[in-house]
Write a protein that binds this ligand. Structure first.
Ligand SMILES: C[S@@+](CC[C@H](N)C(=O)[O-])C[C@H]1O[C@@H](n2cnc3c(N)ncnc32)[C@H](O)[C@@H]1O
Length: 262
């Protein structure tokens, strides 16, 4: 049982704990964007503005507009990057002020359901020659995510959490090819599995605490139950991802990249 798109409240601090690891795919995506001098750069699902310095550095003459549905994230972005423009909107229904020359979106659209509508719609928001550049985790078959479902289903929190647990909306590259290719002059699709080297005692659970685990933790309002759930999931992750001889952990993380030019 799952419910459509319950928006978690975001915690910029937890998300930024792994800023370096989370930034790498953002830059790998940016490196593939072929856009000379867009007058406006949209960062869809901009979060706390992590990618903003890189977008501003690449296109210093452009207006930079970050779009996000979270007040907490926008507040942090606005404080850190006062020269950017920060807009609250839902990516599902958002439209640019005018047909866009560049829509960049890193690690955000996996939170939006209905990709069969969303992606053609975003392509329709582009000006001729405009670029849509998207990176999303495609890691739902990994132990980090499969284990989350197992812990949910096996515990006393089952009924509560199955209500907020989402079906992961990210599909294979073939899915996006069919959605985007009819509207694109050029389409670049690829996947990368990062072998992330993680430090600390409980790195996988600490990582997902800032992303996929967050809506589940938010739903467990009783502090004891919340702690027990996190502890159970943490132990499952420690067993699924054994440490290297020096105490570090390798976290394989697969991501899907899309760069489409209209
Ligand atoms: C994992 S963070 C990514 C932030 C940033 N793009 C980065 O690369 O660090 C995901 C962001 O997507 C935003 N988000 C989730 N659902 C959204 C929606 N429907 N519309 C707009 N933003 C959304 C969240 O508020 C959050 O800031």
């Amino acid at each position: 049982m799952s419910q459509p798109n319950k928006q978690p409240t975001w915690n910029p601090g937890q998300y930024l704990k792994f800023a370096g690891q989370r930034m790498r795919p953002a830059l790998d995506l940016l490196n593939q964007v072929d856009a000379e001098a867009p007058s406006v750069v949209y960062d869809l699902g901009c979060g706390p503005g992590n990618v903003t310095p890189f977008l501003m550095g690449r296109w210093p003459e452009a207006r930079h507009i970050g779009v996000d549905s979270s007040d907490q994230m926008l507040e942090k972005a606005r404080a850190e990057h006062p020269t950017g423009e920060w807009v609250k909107a839902d990516a599902k229904t958002w439209a640019p002020e005018a047909p866009a020359e560049l829509i960049y979106s890193n690690a955000a659209l996996q939170w939006v359901d209905g990709h069969a509508d969303l992606f053609p719609r975003l392509m329709d928001q582009l000006a001729p020659g405009g670029v849509l550049a998207v990176q999303m985790p495609h890691n739902h078959a990994a132990p980090s995510h499969m284990g989350m479902r197992e812990v949910v289903e096996a515990g006393p929190w089952r009924d509560k959490l199955l209500l907020v647990m989402r079906e992961f909306p990210v599909g294979d590259p073939e899915v996006y090819y069919d959605l985007i290719a009819p509207k694109a002059a050029n389409l670049n699709l690829w996947e990368t599995t990062y072998a992330q080297i993680m430090e600390g005692d409980n790195p996988i659970a600490e990582w997902t605490k800032g992303s996929a685990l967050k809506p589940l933790l938010d739903a467990l309002t009783d502090p004891d139950e919340n702690a027990e759930f996190f502890d159970t999931y943490s132990k499952a992750m420690q067993a699924a991802y054994p440490k290297q001889s020096d105490g570090k952990t390798i976290f394989h993380f697969r991501r899907l990249f899309i760069v489409a030019k209209k």
